[in-house]
Design a protein around this ligand. Structure first.
Ligand SMILES: [Zn+2]
Length: 323
């Protein structure tokens, strides 16, 4: 009895329309529909603005070497306290679709077909949520790491959002598009520079660069959040007296870096500046009780921040069927 009602409920989530059914179809080789999850999207509202979180799967990252300035034993302890694996961190990816002022706006794009085999779920989840890539008016980019921009362009060169205006932080563009910086970068970072050219090269003249603190589209403005990358930004969404902050990558997994804001992930390009930004922003949203979203928090990757001892705690929202 319990099993059959659960199956009916699960089927109802994914199979609302023919297109959703196609999008939610499990990959070839999957044993049975019951082996998968419901599509990874989650809607919520900030005032009159509707946000849909879209999941792009995950990538496992070995724990060793991931936190630059903490002992592995301490990192493992933090993982155990969050009931996470003791050898590798599942890093999730969650972009936002924002419906505002009659426009469909994306904040970051996921891995496209360039990520780990356990990622690349974004388009199926986006379509299951009822969206089409051709309806996207604007794509806002927080920073130029591959997991945030590769969804713009597939490996075969095709642009994924044919009609969208692409808006990027001016400082980020200046850094990554600088050939001198690319040529003098350490070997490990050169691929990142080349990838930025792969994604943006063909459309460089159409990409709109923005400065923080200005409204970019109705209700959304960028907030400078440097350190993770030189031009990394958060996005503030305001509507009907409500405030919301997409904090992007001011932290990687909250279980590590919200709990221990002084820790630096290996991806933080300027660890000291990233720490400053992280502490300042977490302090602010904790004091203001602002709802936040993280790119790398467990899905649906939104909740609130509480001060807790020398660090903070991420309190996820409660799932609700009411939007
Ligand atoms: Zn990231």
């Amino acid at each position: 009895m319990v099993i059959s009602s659960a199956s009916i409920a699960a089927a109802g989530i994914g199979l609302g329309s023919a297109s959703a059914q196609t999008a939610a179809t499990p990959p070839a080789g999957a044993a049975a529909p019951t082996a998968g999850q419901a599509p990874g999207f989650y809607r919520y509202k900030i005032g009159d603005i509707e946000i849909t979180a879209i999941n792009d799967g995950f990538a496992m990252r070995p724990l060793e070497g991931f936190v630059r300035n903490a002992e592995l034993a301490d990192v493992k302890k933090a993982m155990a306290e969050a009931f996470l694996p003791d050898n590798a961190l599942p890093i999730t990816f969650t972009t936002l679709v924002v419906k505002t002022g009659g426009k469909t706006v994306l904040i970051d794009t996921g891995n496209g077909d360039s990520g780990a085999p356990t990622s690349g779920r974004w388009m199926a989840n986006f379509r299951a949520a009822g969206f089409d890539p051709a309806q996207v008016d604007t794509v806002l980019i927080s920073h130029f790491h591959g997991d945030h921009i590769n969804g713009l362009r597939l490996k075969d060169g095709n642009a994924v959002f044919p009609k969208a205006e692409i808006m990027v932080p001016e400082t980020e563009w200046a850094f990554w598009m600088d050939d001198a910086k690319m040529n003098s970068a350490p070997e490990g970072l050169k691929g990142g520079f080349q990838n930025v050219r792969r994604v943006f090269g063909q459309v460089a003249k159409d990409v709109k660069q923005f400065q923080p603190e200005k409204e970019l589209v109705s209700g959304i403005s960028a907030v400078a959040a440097p350190g993770h990358t030189p031009g990394h930004v958060a996005f503030r969404i305001a509507s009907g007296g409500k405030q919301f902050l997409m904090v992007s990558d001011i932290t990687n997994h909250p279980a590590l870096f919200v709990r221990n804001p002084a820790w630096a992930a290996v991806f933080d390009m300027d660890a000291e500046k990233a720490r400053e930004t992280r502490v300042k922003m977490l302090d602010m949203v904790a004091a203001d009780r602002t709802q936040v979203a993280f790119y790398h928090a467990p899905f649906p990757a939104t909740g609130h921040i509480l001060k807790d001892g020398s660090g903070f705690r991420f309190v996820p929202v409660q799932w609700t069927p009411a939007v």
